[in-house]
Write a protein that binds this ligand. Structure first.
Ligand code: HEC
Ligand code: HEC
Length: 342
C-alpha cells in the first residue's frame, strides 16, 4: 500500500522544486556529518509502569493540546496556547535537526545562561511551557512532568550523535530582511500556515475553533493543517523560536514540513528573510523578560529584547548582522578580565 502522506509530500515538493525560488542546496552538510541517526524503539518496551510513563511522555509531546492544553479539563490545563511540543520538536522529538529530544537528557543539569544558574531538565521543559507554549509551569512531581522527563531519558539511552538543535546555516553579511521574507512567506508558507499566519486546524476548520488542535497530530495522521506562526495562539516573545538564528535554522532544516535536513528546499537567504518576517509579527508578550540572561554579556546576540550590554539597538539584535555584535561582546569580555592600568 502506498503511504498517502508521503505521496502527497512528494507531489507537493515536485511542484516546489520546479519553482526558481528554491536553491537546491542539498548534500553540503552530509559531507561532514555521518548519516547515521538511531532512535531507541519505543514499541519494544514492555507493558510495565516505567514504560507507561515513557509512552505518556511521547503522547504528551504529540498531543499536548488534548492532554494539558485547550482540549484538557481546566485543572489539567497548563499550556496557554493550542500548540503541541511536536509542532517544533518534530516527529515526537525524534527528527534529526528537527529540535530532537534524542540525547538531551544526559546534558542536564546544565548551566543556563537565560536563568544565570544551573537548571534541571524539568526547568528546561518548563522554559518551553512558559514561553513556547505560553502557559504555566508543570509541577516537578506531576505525572505529566515525570512523563516528559522519562521520555526524554528514554530517547537519550543511545549513543551520542550529531543532530541536536536545527542545524547551523551560514549567516548573511547583511541584516535579514522581513520585506523580502514576506514575499517568500506568500509563495511558500501560506498553503499550510494560512495567509494570516494564524494556522489551520487539523479538522480543516479555521483558526478560531480552539477545540481542535493545529497541525499534523496525531503522529502519522494525514498532514492536515499547520500551527500558527504568530498571533494569540502562538509562542510568546520570550520563546527560542522568536529568535532569528533559531527560527532560520528550524525553517531551513524542516520547512515546508516534511523536508529532510540533508535536502533543504529554501535557499540560505530565503530562510533568514522569512524567519525575519515571522518574528516581526505580533505574538503574546511574556512579562519580566528583562530578568533573562542576568549576566548580560552571556545574552545570545539574537535575543532581541533589552537590556543589552553591547550598545546595539533592538533591531540589530533582531535581524543581524550578528558578527559585529559578537566582536563587541568579545571586546567587552576581554576588557572585564584584563585589569586596566590607568
Ligand atoms: C514554538 C516551538 C516550540 C514548542 C511548541 C516547544 N518547544 Fe521546546 N524548544 C524550542 C526551541 C527553539 C528550543 C531550543 C533548542 C536549542 O537550544 O537548540 C527548545 C528546547 C527544548 C528542550 C531542550 C532541548 C535541547 O536540545 O537542549 C526541551 C527538553 C524542550 N524544548 C521541551 C519541550 C516540551 C516538553 C514542549 C511541550 C510542552 C516544548 N518543548 C514545546 C521550541 C519549542
Ligand atoms: C506542507 C505544509 C507546510 C508548509 C508549506 C510550511 N509549513 Fe511550517 N509547519 C507545518 C506543520 C504541519 C508544522 C507542525 C509540524 C508537526 O506538528 O509535525 C509546521 C511548523 C512550523 C513552525 C514551528 C511551529 C510554529 O507554529 O511556530 C514554524 C516556525 C514554521 N512551520 C514555519 C514555516 C515557514 C516560515 C514556512 C514557509 C517557508 C513553512 N513553515 C511552510 C506545515 C508547513
Amino acid at each position: 500500500m502506498i503511504h498517502w502522506q508521503s505521496t502527497i509530500r512528494r507531489l507537493f515538493f515536485v511542484g516546489f522544486l520546479s519553482a526558481t525560488l528554491f536553491a537546491g542546496a542539498g548534500g553540503a552538510k552530509s559531507d561532514i556529518i555521518p548519516p547515521e541517526w538511531t532512535i531507541p524503539d519505543i514499541s519494544a518496551l514492555p507493558d510495565n509502569e516505567p514504560a507507561k510513563l515513557i509512552r505518556l511522555g511521547r503522547d504528551l509531546t504529540v498531543d499536548t493540546h488534548s492532554l494539558i492544553g485547550p482540549g484538557a479539563s481546566p485543572d489539567k490545563r497548563y499550556a496557554g496556547n493550542a500548540l503541541s511540543c511536536q509542532n517544533c520538536h518534530l516527529e515526537a522529538g525524534t527528527k534529526r535537526f528537527g529540535l530532537p529530544f534524542v540525547g538531551v537528557a544526559t546534558d542536564f543539569p546544565q548551566y543556563r545562561a537565560r536563568e544565570g544558574h544551573v537548571g534541571t531538565l524539568e526547568d528546561r521543559i518548563n522554559g518551553c511551557m512558559t514561553r513556547s507554549m505560553n502557559g504555566r509551569p508543570l509541577p516537578d512531581d506531576s505525572r505529566e512532568m515525570r512523563a516528559f522527563v522519562a521520555y526524554n531519558g528514554f530517547l537519550s539511552t543511545g549513543p551520542k550523535q550529531e543532530g541536536r538543535g536545527a542545524g547551523q546555516l551560514p549567516e548573511l553579511g547583511r541584516a535579514a530582511d522581513p520585506k523580502q521574507g514576506e514575499v517568500v512567506f506568500k509563495q511558500v508558507c501560506v498553503a499550510c500556515h494560512g495567509a494570516d499566519g494564524l494556522g489551520k486546524r487539523s479538522a480543516g476548520t479555521g483558526a478560531a475553533d480552539s477545540a481542535q488542535p493545529f497541525g499534523a497530530q496525531p503522529f502519522g495522521a494525514p498532514p492536515l493543517g499547520a500551527p500558527p506562526l504568530w498571533g494569540p495562539e502562538s509562542f510568546n516573545d520570550g520563546a527560542g523560536m522568536n529568535r532569528l538564528i533559531s527560527a532560520a535554522n528550524f525553517i531551513r532544516s524542516n520547512m515546508p514540513n516534511g523536508v529532510a535536513w540533508q535536502s533543504p528546499l529554501l535557499s540560505v537567504q530565503d530562510s533568514w528573510d522569512v524567519a525575519a518576517f515571522v518574528i516581526s509579527q505580533d505574538r503574546p508578550r511574556k512579562t519580566d523578560l528583562d530578568r533573562d540572561f542576568p549576566k548580560r554579556l552571556e545574552k545570545p546576540v539574537d535575543a532581541a529584547y533589552p537590556p543589552f550590554a553591547d550598545g546595539f539597538a533592538v533591531d540589530a539584535h533582531r535581524f543581524g548582522p550578528f558578527q559585529p555584535i559578537r566582536e563587541k561582546i568579545r571586546a567587552l569580555q576581554a576588557s572585564m578580565v584584563t585589569p586596566t592600568t590607568n
